[in-house]
Design a protein around this ligand. Structure first.
Ligand SMILES: Nc1nc2c(ncn2[C@@H]2O[C@H](COP(=O)(O)OP(=O)(O)OP(=O)(O)O)[C@@H](O)[C@H]2O)c(=O)[nH]1
Ligand SMILES: [Mg+2]
Length: 284
């Protein structure tokens, strides 16, 4: 029997959207009808990943299949126009657990991730880069940590020595400085070594009431600071080199990060303002 075609394309607004609530389901978006409600929704944000996407989807599914859980892999592509979406469409036609969402007129890694999470009902949500710098083979360890009760399981470049073996001294130094600046912001009971990894799973319940910003690459840091995470497990991994294509991280991402840090610091110094924001959010 042929599987139903699961390609969901939509036009995103031209303007940068305001911070959004997570999660919410968008009734206007055509939803794939999974046979079983997915427990895990893993988002792969893509921008020009035609050279990697096929291999990463294969490895992700191979890693998740033995777990025997209902899952969905959601590729959120920002209209790459390099063949990425066509490759995913073809795969999704053969495997209904793979979904394709194409955003038009929008950019931003954080926003793409939130976009995917909002369009799923899964209780556990996660993200992995599509350039094969994150090894999908550790997904079972991340899943098992969540299954054992952790609110958050993250793939950590700093939990083991040598996690950044391909980085030069300058990039290591900058990364160390960026993490050091987050130390006072993190909750003491869940302080993690790699608050900026882009590969993690989290219980939806922990982020239900928070605003996540749509720009920037540092969504995990926001979750750690603003979310209701009570426990986090770090699974070490070695950050590889991207297999194909080029990095989208650059000066703009650096500036985005500094501005995010500023806002997180400001929030941490004004708890009353936070409480007020939390009250307002429910109106979104
Ligand atoms: N949908 C979407 N995906 C993005 C965007 N920017 C980056 N990505 C994806 O997010 C993931 C991480 O981006 P990279 O450019 O590899 O950034 P990085 O891994 O921090 O940096 P490198 O180590 O230099 O590769 C990849 O899967 C990208 O395709 C974006 O604006 N929209
Ligand atoms: Mg990368």
């Amino acid at each position: 029997m042929a599987h139903p075609q699961i390609v969901e394309q939509e036009d995103a607004p031209q303007m940068t959207p305001a911070p959004v609530l997570v999660p919410k389901t968008a009734p206007d978006v055509p939803q794939a009808v999974p046979q079983v409600q997915a427990k895990l929704a893993l988002v792969l944000p893509t921008l020009h990943e035609a050279g990697n996407i096929k291999a990463v989807l294969l490895r992700v599914r191979r890693s998740l299949d033995p777990l025997g859980i209902p899952y969905e892999v959601i590729v959120v592509d920002d209209d790459s126009q390099d063949g990425t979406s066509e490759i995913v469409k073809e795969i999704s036609e053969a495997d209904p657990r793979v979904r394709l969402l194409v955003r038009r007129g929008a950019r931003g890694l954080g926003g793409a991730v939130v976009h995917g999470w909002e369009r799923s009902q899964a209780e556990i949500v996660g993200v992995i880069d599509a350039d094969l710098q994150h090894p999908p083979e550790i997904l079972p360890q991340l899943w098992k940590a969540i299954e054992s009760g952790a609110d958050l399981a993250l793939a950590s470049r700093y939990a083991a020595p040598g996690g950044l073996r391909d980085w030069n001294l300058a990039r290591r130094g900058l990364s160390w400085l960026a993490i050091w600046l987050t130390e006072p912001l993190q909750k003491p009971e869940i302080r993690v070594k790699d608050p900026m990894t882009g590969f993690f799973l989290v219980r939806r319940a922990c982020i239900r009431d928070i605003r996540l910003e749509t720009q920037g690459f540092k969504i995990l840091l926001e979750i750690l600071v603003r979310g209701e995470v009570r426990s986090a497990v770090e699974i070490p991994f070695s950050f590889g080199l991207r297999k194909a294509g080029s990095s989208k991280a650059g000066l703009r991402e650096g500036l985005n990060y500094i501005s995010l840090l500023g806002r997180l610091w400001r929030d941490s110094l004004t708890p009353r303002r936070n409480a007020q924001t939390a009250g307002n959010k429910t109106n979104h």
